[in-house]
Design a protein around this ligand. Structure first.
Ligand code: ACM
Length: 263
């Protein structure tokens, strides 16, 4: 599998521009799977519910998901991308999976970060894994990484690759994902954004870039810079993530002791 990401710097509220920019980058890549950042089409820092209502889109019928499905079909590529979702009177910080066959699935961010809690409802989909011809793809979004149960659940459910759309502001995740991959023996593709947003007199967010692809042995196969747009692609073998045997005595899943893990 040629696994890739794009690291972008969206313009807040200019969905058409942001989707066009991502489309141009996707068209320039030779990849089977491309992960885009969290909220890549809208930008991150919402400052009112009206703004969320105006920019959030239905999934899969909305503009952004339809454009992604078209790109997937045109370039024969699987895409995972973060989108602000409107579902009835609720809003979710969501991610979609599209493939050559069109829209495949939806994940709604479980662990909301900071002021996201003002605008979005915590996700109700749970952690999902899709079996595809290129491998088993699981999704979590940004701050979900801080809760090790997210990646563990995806691994237990058979993910070979964790697609991780992000808008990281804290410095810990690029190194933290090395541990998440090692302790679950999975690949992960973290697609982050760059730039600064400061809207409505609120606290500024500086996004740290450093999108990366990490192997089940915790090797950083590719790490982007901390600024600017960038695309990365690495050839990986997803089947390597299915071997959970650490040595002749230890198996990552069989050795777990869930009866001793209760609070
Ligand atoms: C984050 O979850 N966007 C930090």
């Amino acid at each position: 599998m040629r696994a890739g990401f794009i690291q972008t710097n969206p313009v807040f509220g200019n969905v058409e521009h942001n989707v066009d920019r991502a489309s141009a980058l996707i068209a320039s890549m030779d990849a089977d799977l491309i992960v885009l950042p969290e909220l890549f089409s809208t930008g991150y820092q919402f400052i009112s519910e009206d703004e969320v209502r105006g920019l959030a889109e239905e999934i899969p019928g909305g503009f952004t998901t339809q454009r992604l499905a078209g790109l997937s079909s045109a370039h024969k590529v699987y895409i995972v991308a973060g989108i602000a979702e409107r579902a009835g009177d609720k809003f979710y910080n969501s991610a979609v999976l599209t493939g050559p066959e069109g829209f495949i699935g939806l994940y709604r961010k479980t662990h909301l970060f900071f002021e996201e809690k003002l605008w979005f409802t915590p996700g109700d989909t749970g952690f999902k894994v899709w079996e595809t011809p290129i491998g088993n793809i699981g999704i979590m979004v940004c701050f979900d990484w801080f809760f090790p149960e997210s990646a563990r659940t995806l691994a237990l459910r058979g993910a070979d690759v964790i697609a991780h759309p992000s808008n990281l502001v804290l410095p810990y995740c690029p190194d933290g994902m090395v541990t998440r991959c090692l302790e679950n023996r999975v690949f992960a593709i973290t697609a982050n954004r760059t730039g600064i947003e400061q809207r409505g007199g609120r606290r500024p967010f500086k996004f740290i870039g450093m999108s990366e692809i990490v192997s089940p042995k915790g090797e950083v196969l590719f790490r982007a810079s901390d600024r600017g747009e960038e695309a990365g692609v690495v050839e990986i073998d997803p089947v390597l993530a299915r071997n959970k045997q650490l040595n002749s005595f230890n198996h990552l899943f069989d050795d777990r002791r869930p009866d001793l893990y209760k609070p």
